[in-house]
Design a protein. Structure first.
Length: 149
């Protein structure tokens, strides 16, 4: 029983990666309501990836093979159902979701890039007001305070 638990826990990175993919495709319904994918469909693709991905006796390599195969399978199958104009957006959402899951995207920087910001008290005067708007200058000042940008 202990060995089964160890093996199951070894595959947690696959479960985490798969949940990220699921929520990425679920978010597509916010773009277009007809972009809805069932959990059954998702699980079937998951099972196909388990069967069709390259086997390996090395757990780390097996996890990589599963994640890569499943990501590719999800991407190809979802893109078939998307309008051409939404394929790049899906690619971007998938990439960002995976990178966030890997801790490669700073949440504060991501939030700033999505929303811009409201500079409350910008004490730095705009040095280039003839060609740079005060709003743009305030965004630059706010961005300069983010450690990873």
């Amino acid at each position: 029983e202990l060995e089964i638990d160890e093996t199951r826990n070894g595959y947690k990175p696959v479960a985490v990666h798969s949940s990220i993919l699921f929520f990425c495709i679920s978010d597509m319904a916010n773009i277009e309501p007809m972009y809805q994918y069932s959990l059954t469909w998702f699980i079937n693709l998951y099972l196909q990836s388990i069967m069709n991905s390259a086997p390996s006796d090395n757990l780390r390599e097996r996890i990589i093979n599963l994640n890569e195969h499943f990501t590719n399978s999800i991407y190809n199958n979802v893109c078939r159902s998307l309008f051409e104009k939404d394929k790049l957006l899906f690619s971007f959402l998938l990439c960002i979701g995976i990178m966030k899951g890997q801790g490669k995207i700073d949440e504060n920087v991501w939030r700033f890039l999505l929303t811009g910001g409201v500079a409350l008290d910008n004490l730095n005067p705009n040095p280039a007001s003839p060609w740079l708007s005060d709003k743009a200058w305030s965004e630059i000042v706010r961005a300069s305070n983010l450690p990873n940008l």
